[in-house]
Design a protein around this ligand. Structure first.
Ligand SMILES: [Zn+2]
Ligand SMILES: [Zn+2]
Length: 379
């Protein structure tokens, strides 16, 4: 995650017909740029011929970023894409009020800061990914992500059990289950806990709380990665700090194929339960770091789970879901069907949140977003 990470709020606005209308109107206005727009779209998300129609429909929403950027650069003040946040929320409320759920503005494009080639488009990401695959040609195929609990956890964590679909999941099994759906198509394996007590890890006290240097974990975890591993993520209770910074919830090293995430819980107060807020934090941090291990850099195209952030609160306010550009990269690695994945994510989160206490507003927004997204791609 670099320092922390970010993403954005899930917003549901406008109607699906509106999206299509807007895209169409925009296309008509830019007839002369149509070819250029198509070329840029292919550069952004690659070719989609082999994908089912609903997946194409979803990925093609990436066009929103290009058309929004074009409108900004033309200083065009007409309708559509660069709606302000408040306008978007207003339309969302209108939409909900009129019970028109068939529709949505699923993804919020970010303002373009750089030329398209400066961001990590699908084509750019794939070029690096393909080179790595060439290097592994003679090695066993890498198709597994490993989760590695480290050291001990307080009882409230180690004794936690969540009943779901006639199963009783520990907190780590819950994390594994979520990652298994988020990265549907690759194996996610939960390893038995190990102690890092004898590892050489720098430590310090910050405001009276112990912290461990995240950078020291990378080579040690990387050396434990099995031959079929795409990456290994250490999960620990103790706070982390990266070299030169105060605090980090998680960080990944693509070079070592390893990442570490911590709970980031304020230990000055007794934690009496595993709350929805804590589970949200773990789901977000873990999936963000694993995406880094798959070669994804921070997203500059849309509000997205892969946005960068500079604080925990910013990171936690960002979406749990990926934008179409980042989703295309993860889908290319994992090979999942986008509709199957969204449906499973919706079902899983619905069941999990029934059993959790505390503030579930972000989970509920995500569940609603998934519902709207499934409606959009299937109609
Ligand atoms: Zn990051
Ligand atoms: Zn993204």
């Amino acid at each position: 995650m670099g320092v922390v990470y970010s993403s954005a709020r899930c917003r549901f606005i406008s109607r699906s017909s509106s999206i299509n209308n807007i895209l169409q109107q925009n296309d008509e206005r830019n007839q002369t740029d149509k070819t250029e727009l198509d070329v840029d779209l292919t550069y952004l998300i690659g070719k989609l011929e082999r994908l089912p129609a609903y997946a194409k429909k979803l990925f093609e929403l990436s066009k929103l970023y290009l058309t929004s950027a074009a409108e900004n650069s033309n200083d065009c003040k007409s309708q559509s894409f660069h709606m302000t946040e408040s306008a978007m929320i207003g339309r969302s409320e209108q939409c909900q009020a009129s019970n028109e759920l068939s529709s949505l503005y699923l993804f919020t494009p970010l303002k373009q800061k750089h030329p398209l080639h400066c961001g990590q488009t699908f084509i750019q990401w794939k070029a690096t990914f393909d080179v790595q695959q060439l290097a592994y040609m003679c090695a066993p195929s890498r198709n597994t992500i490993y989760l590695q609990p480290l050291d001990s956890f307080p009882e409230v964590i180690s004794q936690f059990v969540l009943p779901i679909s006639q199963l009783y999941l520990s907190l780590f099994q819950l994390l594994q289950g979520f990652c298994q759906i988020f990265f549907l198509g690759v194996e996610v394996v939960l390893l038995a806990p190990v102690s890092s007590t004898n590892w050489t890890i720098r430590s310090r006290l910050s405001h009276g709380r112990p912290q461990l240097c995240v950078n020291d974990f990378f080579p040690l975890l990387g050396s434990r990665l099995p031959n079929n591993g795409m990456g290994l993520v250490g999960i620990l209770w103790t706070d982390l700090y990266p070299e030169g910074f105060n605090f980090v919830l998680g960080e990944a090293s693509v070079y070592h194929k390893s990442a570490v995430v911590s709970f980031g819980v304020d230990t000055s107060e007794d934690m009496t339960q595993v709350s929805g807020v804590l589970v949200w934090r773990l789901f977000k941090t873990l999936t963000h770091e694993i995406c880094h291990l798959l070669g994804l850099t921070h997203c500059e195209f849309f509000s997205c789970a892969m946005n960068e952030s500079i604080s925990i609160s910013q990171a936690m306010s960002q979406p749990l879901v990926l934008c179409p550009v980042c989703l295309r990269k993860v889908q290319h690695v994992c090979g999942f069907d986008v509709l199957e994945r969204y449906t499973k994510l919706h079902h899983f989160l619905l069941n999990v949140t029934k059993q959790l206490d505390g503030d579930l507003s972000q989970f509920n927004q995500t569940i609603q977003w998934l519902h709207n997204c499934i409606l959009y791609v299937t109609h």
